[in-house]
Design a protein around this ligand. Structure first.
Ligand code: ADP
Ligand code: MG
Length: 368
């Protein structure tokens, strides 16, 4: 299969009036792929979707869909001419129209409207509820009506803004998988917005991590987790914290946990001060290890247990041990670092701007 680009954002800046919310935004989405904009509340995700939908102009740069320029400075193609569909957070169904009428709304003049509506309702598993009104549906069913309605005009691109945020836990998880299956079955390209990493990973092929109106990394979930390009991405994706180290070889850093090596080489001079990313699953339980830590906290997660550990130096760590490793707070345990992906950032680089660097101990980067 060839990877044809469907959506291109080039150096986009956008916002409200003169206020700039998003800047230097570059991304490409392949046809049939699902992309996700992930980031804390207020970082500019909805603003970006509104610019793609044509509700807001771009201040700079361009937005192209299937080779057609939709937006550039001084030009904004009207939303209804874009072949871009949108599913809103609150579904925005028409309360006085039935399920079938809602789904058929955007294709009123289509010669085979009724057949299309039936097909879409089957697709979203609502075939038996066609004559109900929105208030007679559950939240999950309303969400599926909104999805079917947005798909009816066969948009080139579907935009979904926090589509599951009004649903709770299990339903949310189930529906996010279902939406992915539906979009994939129809080959619809889509951009989803969420602040929930689990949801982003469940639904998307590519995820963009946003911070303060900037896209820090647009990548696969695997690369975001294992190859984060910035300290913020490293901290925002999964659980993670940093310990101070010193580069002693291109692939090895000396730390208070001993040398840590990985499969990535760094070109900074030997002796450079670096911050090394550790995730709770990088620290493993090793009773025979000379490296000891005291248990200072414990959270049972079911399949595993998350422990807070303290080294003799006072440095605190987090570690995930298998559930049956039942340690008690106060106990001293042997640990070992088992990080096969060595991820570190130069302490004088982007990190130093965030906060003062402690000489030992743990660094955290605010995710908010
Ligand atoms: P997100 O969707 O990531 O939570 P938004 O894109 O909604 O964030 O908002 C980004 C920033 O733009 C926020 O600082 C917000 O206050 C501001 N903003 C959002 N909507 C408007 C608006 N209609 N007019 C002015 N500023 C807005
Ligand atoms: Mg939003």
């Amino acid at each position: 299969m060839t990877h044809e680009t469907v959506l291109t954002l080039r150096d986009v800046a956008c916002g409200y009036g003169a206020q700039r919310v998003v800047a230097n935004l570059n991304l490409r989405l392949n046809r049939g792929d699902i992309g996700c904009l992930l980031g804390p509340s207020g970082c500019g995700k909805t603003t970006t979707l509104r610019a793609i939908a044509g509700f807001e102009p771009v201040h700079q740069g361009s937005i192209e869909l299937a080779g057609t320029v939709l937006s550039r400075e001084g030009f904004t193609l009207a939303p209804e001419k874009r072949r871009v569909g949108m599913v809103f957070q609150d579904y925005a169904l028409f309360p006085h129209l039935t399920v079938a009428e809602n789904v058929g709304f955007g294709i009123r003049r289509h010669p085979e409207r009724d057949a299309k509506v039936r097909e879409l309702l089957d697709l979203v598993h609502l075939g038996s509820l066609a004559s109900r009104y929105p208030h007679e549906l559950s939240g999950g069913q309303q969400q599926r009506v909104a999805l079917a309605r947005a798909l009816a005009p066969e948009p080139q691109l579907l935009l979904l803004d926090e589509p599951f945020s009004n649903l709770d836990g299990e339903l949310r998880r189930r529906l996010s998988h279902e939406v992915r299956d539906i979009l994939k079955a129809r080959g619809t390209s889509a951009i989803l917005v969420t602040h929930d990493q689990e949801e982003a990973f469940a639904v998307s092929d590519h995820v963009g991590v946003f911070k303060d109106g900037r896209l820090e990394q647009w990548d696969t979930p695997y690369n975001l987790y294992h190859e984060p390009l910035t300290p913020f991405v490293a901290s925002f994706i999964g659980q993670g914290y940093f310990i101070r180290g010193e580069l002693c070889a291109p692939e090895t850093v000396r730390t208070e946990l001993g040398p840590i090596s990985g499969n990535r080489a760094y070109s900074w001079p030997t002796g450079s001060s670096v911050d090394v990313l550790l995730r709770p699953d990088d620290i493993v339980y090793a009773p025979d290890s000379a490296l000891k830590a005291r248990i200072i906290g414990k959270t049972f997660l079911g399949a595993a247990t998350l422990y807070r550990l303290c080294l003799a130096t006072g440095t605190e760590l987090e570690a995930i041990f298998p559930s049956h490793t039942d340690c008690v707070p106060g106990e001293e345990v042997g640990i070992r670092v088992a990080a096969d992906h060595l991820v570190c950032f130069h302490s004088q680089g982007s990190i130093a701007a965030h906060e003062a660097v402690p000489q030992s101990g743990v660094r955290r980067y605010s995710a908010g």
